[in-house]
Design a protein around this ligand. Sequence first.
Ligand code: GLU
Length: 291
Amino acid sequence: MPDTTSGAGRYAPSPSGDLHFGNLRTALLAWLCARSTGRAFYMRVEDIDSGRSSDASAARQLEDLAALGVDWDGEVLYQHTRFAAYEDALRRLPTYECYCSRKDILAAAAAPHALLGAYPGTCRDLSEAERDHRRAALRAQGRVPALRLRSTVNSWTVTDEFVGDYVGLVDDMVLKRADWAYNLAVVVDDAFQNIDQVVRGDDLLSSAPRQAYLAHLLGVATPRYIHVPLVLNAAGQRLAKRDGPVTFREMGDDVLERLGASIGLPGARSAAELLERFSIGAIPREPFIWL
Ligand code: GLU
């Protein structure tokens, strides 16, 4: 990683299929935001989901990004090489074991007074004897307990470039199950890579308070957030592969031009040309509709 005095941005794809127009647009915006503000730009492959990630998919995604003209500094960081760092962070956080299945949680969360969307705390205050009993029952089914954060807040405030102050739910989030949890990995790795500008789809805005709270507990700086509107299909749903020829390889030569047009910069022939004309303040605030 090169030394940087002015921070860094990043793109952090999950390698579970080819990037589509919406993903490419977010990647391009992240690159433009970083480069236009003199930041380094890093690439991080978020391959902690062992069931869905593949090296082949990561390689194709990186090839497509490079072909688009999105370049990055240093080596690509793969999250599967980072487990020791996550383990270290986990040791510094207050946690408890949770034995709940998804069904248990849904049932408890439906109770009156439950905080919408929050883990109801079922396993927070169990006695040691109860823990031993439930752990053994889980093991008998071949499952492992989850580790949850013992949170002392219910909400946390982050500042987003477009939304301003945003208050979001913080609960006893899962930090590790069979796999490491995204929320923990993203915080540990953003700090490790010196990321001070996070540009990503606004579907992740509601996760930002959880992540900022973890950053606070771990004593690392919270990045500046720029959550950008997603690409939606004509029905108003998030763009997906079933919406037609939407990946770089399917779309052919005019991808860059169409990406430029979607961010209000029509007619550009290269990423470098987009960079010359780009400013963060001019990013469209409405979702882009794919027709
Ligand atoms: N890996 C996540 C995704 O592909 C993005 C995480 C992030 O940017 O914080 O949706």
